[in-house]
Design a protein around this ligand. Structure first.
Ligand code: NAD
Length: 525
């Protein structure tokens, strides 16, 4: 067995692999041509972020079975090319959570006591005792935006200081928050009540510029902002304005919209404590990342156990091929349900009907979870880790099977129970055809489960299709198909649209304002 370590990793990583009697070629920073030659007979490659594992590099490694990335993001690995070759790509999620959480706590203390400013003044030979009057953090309210791995570690660490912790995270269970002694609140409440807000959510289309002029204006005067997550969560210009206006008392920032920073207005403000994305740069985090990755790599090569993989289902290629259409269906049903609600998810029920009940259903429930979580979480969720992620988040999974074929021979029924109620969908795959949606919240319907869909809940009365068509037409939105289903006086409409430009909230609001329409949501699958 030969493992190539291409970047700088702790010596303990190579030692653990050599202990198995394997050949380990650990040379950081070798030229690409050399790396290609060294990979010719390699079983695995281990990298940090410096080496780019491109399709070309993968092609030069015909025996390669595992790409191990010692870190969280796999942006430097061509996962698609690796997956096409059946190469497992694994990472080390969470190994640096404690380091990031500790920095966030340190930043809170720095902001409360103006330590960086006081130190800078001392270094200029000044003794400015009055200028650096601080405040205690005891009894202050810390608002966590995101209560995932890092957010939870921060909550645990500030509790002994006597801070009161509230959090906004629509996708974490009430039980997890309760166990931490954290009160879950809406985003508006978070801004209205917090003395400090610390960001711990992923960067995506819905969280970009989450901290903006409007929210800062509504916040408590004198609020302080801490960001160790991602720079684009903050509208940096708006934050600088709010600090200069005195609305925001200070900010501690480890991450920036552009790194290294180009616009340096924020970092130059005396109220801002800035650091160059070093939250995970600790000896322990680097060591732990190395150990976690190497252990997972060893278990995979030695015992075939796949852990922390971002791209690989644990089944034979033949079985995977047979299940593929249902995996796609399941993933889309999960994505569909995840976009139908922003309420706290408590449990997920997945029921298989007909011949599906005898298949490898484990893959299906994982696929539902992948669809549900992918837009929500910052780390990669795959078939391999989806159930573990659900468990971590306190979501109960109820699987059941029925050999009764119902109306379709292979049907998947998925029910999401949230803090406010239930959402239920069913889908089927007809021979070789694309997945279809066959039921929404108890109302039978038949619609292709693909692309951008506007899902309407309406009362069954004449004229609804025309009114919806008029609204969409006025907005220049082209309708592909319009599927309508009804049950009693209730009806569901599934409108597939050509989303040539993103459909905004105003369009949905206009649809909801129609007298017959109770709800309208945009779902992308
Ligand atoms: P995580 O996936 O464990 O947690 C993210 C949490 O955010 C989840 O609980 C999720 O439910 C929540 N969330 C998603 N969308 C949300 C929304 N719209 N509103 C509120 N909550 C939402 O991730 P993590 O490991 O805790 O990482 C948190 C952040 O820290 C990420 O942005 C990550 O990239 C960043 N990070 C930074 C560094 C660094 O060096 N500065 C190191 C590691 C991680």
């Amino acid at each position: 067995m030969k493992i190539v370590i291409a970047d700088d990793l702790p010596a303990s990583a190579a030692d653990l692999l050599r202990a198995e009697g394997w050949t380990v070629d650990a040379t950081p920073g070798r030229p690409v041509e050399q790396l290609k030659a060294d990979l010719a007979d390699a079983d695995a490659i281990m990298v940090r972020s410096a080496t780019k594992v491109t399709a070309e590099l993968i092609e030069a490694a015909p025996k390669l079975r595992v790409i191990a990335r010692a870190g969280t993001g796999v942006d430097n690995v061509d996962v698609k090319a690796a997956s096409a070759r059946g190469i497992v790509v694994m990472n080390a999620p969470g190994a640096n959570s404690i380091s990031v959480a500790e920095l966030a706590v340190g930043q809170i203390l720095c902001l409360a006591r103006h330590l960086p400013g006081a130190d800078a003044a001392m270094k200029q030979g000044k003794w400015e005792k009055k200028k650096f009057m601080g405040e205690e953090i005891r009894d202050k309210v810390l608002g966590l935006a995101g209560l995932g791995r890092i957010g939870q570690e921060v909550a645990r660490r500030v509790a002994p200081f006597g801070m009161r912790v509230i959090a906004h995270d629509p996708f974490i269970s009430a039980q997890v928050a309760e166990d931490l002694g954290v009160e879950l609140v809406t985003l508006d409440e978070l801004f209205a009540r917090a003395d400090y807000i610390s960001l711990h959510m992923p960067s995506n289309a819905s969280t970009k510029n989450l901290v903006n002029a409007e929210r800062l204006a509504k916040a408590k005067k004198g609020i302080r902002i801490i960001n160790t997550a991602r720079g684009d969560l903050i509208d940096e210009g708006a934050l600088a304005d709010a600090i200069e206006a005195g609305q925001v008392a200070g900010a501690a920032l480890d991450v920036f919209a552009k790194e290294p920073t180009v616009d340096q207005r924020l970092q130059m403000l005396p109220q801002v404590v800035a650091s160059p994305h070093v939250a995970a740069s600790t000896r322990e985090a680097q060591e732990l990342v190395g150990i976690e990755t190497t252990t997972a790599l060893r278990d995979c090569l030695r015992d075939g156990i796949i852990r922390n993989a971002v791209n690989f289902p644990s089944v034979s290629p033949e079985e995977y091929a047979r299940m593929a259409p249902f995996i796609i269906l399941a993933e889309r049903l999960g994505a569909f349900l995840g976009q139908m609600t922003t309420d706290r998810i408590e449990s997920l029920g997945v029921r298989y009907y007909g011949e599906l009940a005898s298949g490898k259903t484990d893959l299906i429930v994982s696929a539902v979870l992948v669809g549900l979580f992918r837009p929500i979480l910052s780390t990669s969720v795959s078939a391999v880790n989806a159930k573990a992620v659900a468990q971590e988040r306190g979501i109960e999974i109820i699987e059941s099977q029925s050999s009764r074929p119902r109306n379709y021979t292979r049907l998947i029924s998925v029910k999401l129970t949230t803090s406010k109620g239930e959402h239920w969908v069913e889908g089927a795959v007809f021979d070789k055809a694309a997945p279809r949606l066959v039921q929404v919240n108890g109302v039978p319907v038949d619609a292709a489960l693909e692309g951008s869909l506007i899902v309407l809940a309406n009362s069954d009365q004449p004229g609804v299709i025309g009114e919806v068509g008029t609204v969409l037409g006025r907005q220049g939105i082209n309708i592909g198909t319009f599927a309508l289903g009804r049950s009693g006086s209730e009806a569901v409409g599934v409108v597939s649209i050509d989303e040539t430009k993103p459909v905004g909230e105003s369009v949905l609001a206009e649809l909801r304002a129609l007298p017959a329409v109770r709800d309208a949501r945009l779902v992308r699958v």
